[in-house]
Write a protein that binds this ligand. Sequence first.
Ligand code: S3P
Ligand code: PEP
Length: 736
Amino acid sequence: MGGSLAAALKARGFYGRIVACDPSESEIALGIEKGLIEAGGCELAPLLDGVSMIVLAVPVLAMESVLESVAANIGRAAPDVVITDVGSTKGTIRESVVRVFDRMPASVVLGHPIAGSEKSGVDAANPELYVDHKVILTPEPDTRTRALERVRALWQACGAEVLEMSVERHDQVLARTSHLPHLLAFSLVDTLARQDERLDIFRYAAGGFRDFTRIAGSDPVMWRDIFIANRDAVLSSLDDFEAGLKTLRAAIASGDSDALIATFDRASHARRYFGTLLSKTSYQAEYHMHSQQRVTYRVQPGGQAQGRLRVPGDKSMSHRSIMLGALADGVTEVKGFLEGEDSLATLQAFREMGVAIEGPHQGRVTIHGVGLHGLKAPAGPLYVGNSGTAMRLFAGLLAGQAFDSELTGDESLTKRPMGRVADPLRAMGATIETAEGGRPPLAIKGGASLKGIRYDMPMASAQVKSCLLLAGLYAEGETRVREPAPTRDHTERMLNGFGYPVSREGDTCWLEGGHTLTAGPIDVPSDISSATFFLVAAAITPGSDITLEHVGMNPTRIGVINILSLMGANLAFENEREVGGEPVADIRIRYAPLSGIDIPVEQVPLAIDEFPALFIAAANAEGTTRLRGAEELRVKESDRLQAMADGLAVLGVEHTLVEDGIDIVGRTAGAGESPSYAGGTVDSLGDHRIAMAFAVAALRASSEIVIEDCANVATSFPGFLGLLERIGMTAEEARA
Ligand SMILES: O=C(O)C1=C[C@@H](OP(=O)(O)O)[C@@H](O)[C@H](O)C1
Ligand SMILES: C=C(OP(=O)(O)O)C(=O)O
């Protein structure tokens, strides 16, 4: 460790003098020969003359005697000398410092670089060892700021990332993440070696053995010291490990395949999550990285709109399939699941609550339901990404659990209103805290006894309705929700499909708590909200002919069909059928000129996510299209009225924005097949539907449309650009 530190400093142009002390003369000679140090020796005292920093890189149990020599000769060092170390445990080293100096001097900053290799000695010195590795410093309240800064600068100069934590926390964290795995590796190799004196068995050892046991080649003295020094924390992590192993043993002994799948699946995903965090490519890390990277679409003007397509699975149903499948008794097989960021975040959240979920693999997911009362407390906050649906539905479901929970999301979600669910849930008896203004995160207290309520929703929201119905599963008596206008009814249909009775009369639906859900197969159709971008593409492009296969045609979702039909679109439905309680059809659309219309207000909730694309249809229609009663668009992933108005302004499309809607002036009569508007650079504000709407708009633009901030398209529509290409458009994605 010391050799690598010297090598790293020299490689980065450190111009000071480095001297080293080591019991081996030959190691010192080698260090000088390799240019890592200027001088050195086996006796410490003379080496301390005038030094400004002392780094103790010795085994943990040798630390105290070295500290004694340092203390006895500290007068030889510079007056502002700083002492630090690289020991793998911190509690015992702090005790040694206090014993030797009678206190913790303000100039001592203990530290631990989380880097190293199983090799030791000057030969193993590696100037890159600390690059992109973490170094933990454990300053005390009275550590001198200047001393801390100097040690921080030392490690940063070597390319490391410096963190701070308390000595106690350091020792506990390291016991679990480093010391325990080393103990297991030593033990496994020793056990096998003792069983097979001639070590024959190792000849047949596969990659798994090699990967698991590499660290058993580490320095025995160093590791003995670590286990003695960090005894209590290691023993407690060993207790946890033994308990886990015992559970697995019992599952193997009794052939309990569900229990084995549950553990392996959780572990496998946790490991992948960890691995991708390291390489910064997990779906969540990737998402964050993508949004930091700013994905930009460049879409060329013109092109065709032709072909047969199947767009990904319905987002609303995908969320609900996981939620209800997890709460059901038995195994639920899902087909057509949307493998987008939003629904994957929901899936991950249930894994964190102990539900075994296999997949997704090509849209297939198997959920091993735990029953209404089988969820376990997650270890930390549940992260639901960009998804308003997930946060609101989870709020209801979690309000009924025995454990406390917290829901967080990305930057866009953090701005969205949650009072609309928190208030009625409180009326049911839940205890929920929100951030200022009723925004996320949500902290939900477990163990509440919920009571059914009658709730008149102030806005037409399927998310609020579904939230209350899910809480109602856990409530005493009936939970009744009245909606001011019909909203998507997937929750009601799917609950009924799982054998949970939900009733409806007119504008009110209700259920009674205390029944159970029984697992069954779910076939998720293609998402009509995703299909919309291709419906609009064909609707605005002369010569187009697109068929979208297996699209969900639930009557509470087909506002886009109704609105496009009123505008004059040429739509035909083929292969109409019912799949798992939801109507489905193939939709064929061919070009026909569109006319502007006054959008009937009752269609608004039925087309709520489709307006960004419908505004593009309006920009290509003859005359003016008027939308009113759509104030909900202002609280989606972005303020969609404003975001679309800003983008339409860039393209030169005349429009008037009002509080609850917009008027869009389309083409003038007799313009033929000429472009409908200009190109330009528009900002999607990180909203997937705004990004996709302007991508499709390029079909009738006079020049390229560049769309900024498109990473979130992956939340609802993975593979979107590929499908644009398939219909005959030219689009590319740039990351910066
Ligand atoms: O319940 C659902 O799955 C959804 C309901 C709608 O939101 P609101 O209920 O807030 O209108 C919709 O915008 C969202 O994309 C999905
Ligand atoms: C509004 C949407 O989703 P959510 O509310 O789940 O974020 C959407 O997908 O357009």
